[in-house]
Design a protein around this ligand. Structure first.
Ligand code: SF4
Length: 257
């Protein structure tokens, strides 16, 4: 069972890395086409100069992203960071992300599968950095949909409004906060999540959310490292969601130990 899970996780990571490689290939082919147009005799000098500048930008992006892709693969294999390749890795992960999604759409791959793959690649890269921080420097971000839908206490803005009745995961979030002395924020969406990050200025974040929100959160928080834990949705999306306390606690302990 554990072996099976590990194989599945490895396969999921390969999806994002494979699509990233394919995106590089697409941009490479586009650059070759532009290069061909530069030497076409029918074009004016101005037109050729614009195409040449575009080709130069694309070549630079391809070079950076190729080093970044190599850095991502080597970091995952060795579980150790490459300080020199951090910049190119960011270009490969962040700048090429829309292209990866676009390719996924063309190949009719489920968007959530791609985003989950991105989250797992990101988590591996964060693990490889082995960052150790003080509890007050760690922010645990949780989505508002964890709250029991019939609870009348407003916990966004002030999580201490929760009466800790234990009917939903907000109680567990508070237990984790009290056990580790970390900061927590319950967010209704990206705007409030960004506000928590601005206010607390954390050195690292553990975030619970769906694949879509986690992906945008990881990209938004960059360069602050985020360990993402996908939520569980036994009642459908955005309604009385749950999370694995064990996985979140492991992520918290990773930064604190
Ligand atoms: S644990 Fe807190 S937020 Fe959840 S239902 Fe009880 S009082 Fe409401």
């Amino acid at each position: 069972m554990i072996m099976n899970n590990m194989v599945q996780v490895q396969e999921r990571k390969r999806l994002y890395i494979g699509l990233l490689g394919a995106s590089l290939l697409v941009v490479g082919l586009l650059t070759v086409a532009i290069w061909y147009l530069v030497f076409s005799p029918e074009r004016s000098l101005f037109y050729k100069l614009v195409l040449l500048a575009l080709a130069a930008v694309l070549i630079l992006a391809i070079l950076l992203a190729s080093f970044g892709l190599a850095g991502i693969v080597l970091t995952i294999i060795r579980s150790r960071p490459f300080a020199l390749l951090q910049g190119p890795m960011r270009v490969a992960l962040n700048t090429f992300f829309p292209l990866v999604l676009g390719l996924g759409k063309i190949f009719r791959i489920d968007m959530d599968r791609i985003k989950l793959s991105f989250i797992e690649v990101n988590n591996d890269l964060v693990h490889a950095r082995r960052l150790k921080i003080e509890p007050y420097q760690l922010l645990l971000l949780a989505p508002h949909c964890l709250q029991y839908s019939e609870c009348e206490h407003k916990v966004t803005g002030n999580v201490d409004n929760c009466r800790r009745c234990g009917k939903c995961g907000v109680n567990d979030i508070l237990k984790l906060r009290d056990r580790y002395g970390i900061r927590v924020g319950m967010a209704t969406g990206g705007t409030l999540a960004r506000k928590y990050v601005r206010d607390y200025r954390p050195k690292a974040i553990v975030a619970i959310a769906c694949e879509r929100d986690l992906t945008s959160g990881i990209l938004d928080a960059n360069p602050v490292p985020v360990l993402g834990v996908t939520n569980l949705r036994p009642n459908g999306p955005c309604f009385n969601t749950k999370f694995s306390v064990q996985r979140v606690e492991e992520s918290i302990r990773f930064f604190l130990q």
